[in-house]
Design a protein around this ligand. Structure first.
Ligand SMILES: [Zn+2]
Length: 67
């Protein structure tokens, strides 16, 4: 993960804002991104959303483990 150079746009469908972060494509499950390449580029807003989604995933995993 890291900063993204200028000119990259968010990969979430219908977004089109400038990307600020990239994540690996396999970690992008839950987001509506076009499956192109190994990196998925996200704008500020979708990066926040992605963090929320992955947090929920971790909590669900923990709940499954405890059950
Ligand atoms: Zn976006």
């Amino acid at each position: 993960m890291g900063k993204v150079g200028k000119g990259k746009l968010c990969d979430v469908k219908g977004c089109g804002r400038p990307a600020v972060r990239s994540i690996s494509g396999e970690k992008a499950r839950g987001l509506d991104v076009a499956p192109s390449g190994r990196r998925v580029y996200l704008c500020e807003e979708h990066h926040k959303l992605w963090k929320k989604l992955t947090k929920r995933d971790r909590e669900l995993d923990r709940l499954r483990f405890l059950r």
